[in-house]
Design a protein around this ligand. Structure first.
Ligand code: CA
Length: 367
C-alpha cells in the first residue's frame, strides 16, 4: 500500500503529519495492534479486585477499538501472585495488578501508596495522587525498576476485623494472635500481639480452631464470602490499619513507551475510571453485605473504643517514623505524605468530617 493511500484509509490528515517528520512513527504505530498480558495478585473471580482487573482489560480494548488486547491471568496462573511486580519489571508481561504494599520487601517506600494506618481515606489518597504530587512520587519510587504505576481501585475504609474476644483496651493486644499484614501488623506487634500470616484459604480454619484469635480481611462483601462470622463473634470497626487501600495497575516502562500516545492516554484514563468504579462497587456492595451479616447472621458489630484507637494511633506514628528512617526514599515519601495529609486533614475536618457528623444520627447503627 502506498503511504498516501494508507494515510487516506486510516483517516489521518496528511497535512498534520507532513508538517513534522517526527510525527511519522506515531502515525504508523496507529495501525498496529498490541497483545498484552497482565498478571494479578488476586485469586480467580475475587469480586472487584480480580474482576476489576478484568474490567480494566475489557474497557481498554473497547476504548481503543481493539488496538490493545490484554489477556488477564489471576495469581498463580502464569506467575506466582507475589511475583507480579518482578514479572512486570523484567518484561515477562507488560502489565500487572495488585497493591503496592506487597512489594515492601523489595521497595520499602511502596508501602505509602496503598495503605497507611491512620492515613488517607480513599478521597484523601486520590487527592494526593492526582492533585497533590503523590503519583509523581510513586512513579519516582518505581522508576529504578522500569515500572510505571497508576491507581486502579480503592477498597474504601476496611473493617477492623473479626475477633474471638472483646477488645476493650490496648492491653487486650498482649498475646493476641492476629492475621494482619503490612504496616497494620507492625502496629499490632508493637502493641504486644503476635502477627501470624496465613494464605487466604487457610485463614478460616485457623480462626475456627483458635490457632489465631483474630483476623482482618477486607470489608463486609469479602468477609461474608470467607464465612468468618461462623468462627468469631465480634466484628470490629473501623479499619484503622487500612483506611482507603489503593489498588494499582503497573506497566512495564518499555512496553508502555512503545505505545502511541493515544493508547497511553487510554490506559491512563481507563485506570482512573476503574479507580472510581472500584470504590463505588465497594461502597454499594459492602452496604448490602453488612446488612446481611447483621440481620441474617446476627453478627455483633462493635466499634473500637476511642482510647484504644488513640493508643493504636500513637503506636502507628512510631511505626511509620521507624519505617521511614530505614532508607532515603521512604523518608522522602513519608514527609510528603505527612505534609499533604495535614493540609487535606484541616480541610476535611471542616468539610466531609463536619458533614458526616451532622448526618451521623440518621445513619447511626444505634438507631
Ligand atoms: Ca485488609
Amino acid at each position: 500500500m502506498e503511504r498516501r493511500d494508507f494515510l487516506k484509509k486510516t483517516g489521518v490528515a496528511a497535512a498534520a503529519v507532513a508538517s513534522t517528520s517526527v510525527a511519522a512513527p506515531a502515525v504508523w504505530a496507529k495501525g498496529k495492534t498490541f497483545s498484552w498480558k497482565m498478571v494479578t495478585t488476586w485469586p480467580p473471580n475475587l469480586p472487584v479486585l480480580q474482576t476489576g482487573a478484568e474490567r480494566f482489560a475489557k474497557r481498554v480494548e473497547e476504548a481503543s477499538g481493539g488496538r490493545i488486547k490484554i489477556q488477564v491471568f489471576a495469581g498463580g496462573e502464569l506467575v506466582p501472585a507475589l511475583g507480579t511486580f518482578d514479572a512486570v519489571a523484567d518484561g515477562t508481561v507488560e502489565a500487572g495488578s495488585g497493591a503496592s504494599y506487597y512489594w515492601a520487601g523489595k521497595v520499602p517506600a511502596a508501602q505509602w501508596f496503598s495503605a497507611v494506618p491512620f492515613g488517607f481515606n480513599a478521597q484523601g489518597i486520590n487527592a494526593w495522587f492526582y492533585s497533590g504530587g503523590g503519583l509523581k512520587l510513586w512513579e519516582e519510587v518505581y522508576a529504578p525498576f522500569n515500572v510505571i504505576p497508576r491507581p486502579q481501585g480503592n477498597t474504601g475504609v476496611q473493617m477492623g476485623g473479626w475477633f474471638r474476644k472483646e477488645m476493650n483496651t490496648i492491653e487486650d493486644y498482649k498475646g493476641l494472635k492476629m492475621r494482619i499484614p503490612g504496616l497494620g501488623g507492625k502496629v499490632v506487634a508493637k502493641a504486644g500481639g503476635t502477627v501470624i500470616l496465613k494464605a487466604g484459604a487457610e485463614i478460616f480454619t485457623n480462626l475456627e480452631r483458635g490457632v489465631i484469635d483474630a483476623t482482618e480481611w477486607v470489608g463486609p462483601l469479602h468477609d461474608l464470602r470467607m464465612g468468618f462470622y461462623k468462627a468469631a463473634k465480634y466484628y470490629y470497626y473501623p479499619g484503622w490499619h487500612e483506611p482507603g487501600t489503593c489498588l494499582e495497575v503497573i506497566f512495564n516502562k518499555k512496553a508502555y513507551e512503545s505505545l502511541p500516545k493515544d493508547l497511553q492516554a487510554i490506559l491512563d484514563a481507563v485506570a482512573m475510571e476503574t479507580n472510581m468504579w472500584s470504590l463505588s462497587e465497594f461502597d454499594a456492595r459492602n452496604g448490602e453485605a453488612l446488612e446481611e451479616l447483621i440481620t441474617k447472621h446476627k453478627v455483633k458489630l462493635v466499634r473500637f473504643p476511642e482510647p484504644l484507637l488513640e493508643d493504636l494511633r500513637k503506636l502507628a506514628k512510631e511505626t511509620l517514623e521507624e519505617e521511614a528512617s530505614k532508607d532515603a526514599m521512604s523518608k522522602k515519601v513519608h514527609e510528603a505524605f505527612k505534609s499533604f495529609k495535614k493540609r487535606v486533614g484541616t480541610w476535611g475536618s471542616v468539610s466531609e468530617n463536619a458533614y458526616y457528623n451532622v448526618i451521623a444520627d440518621k445513619y447511626s447503627l444505634k438507631g
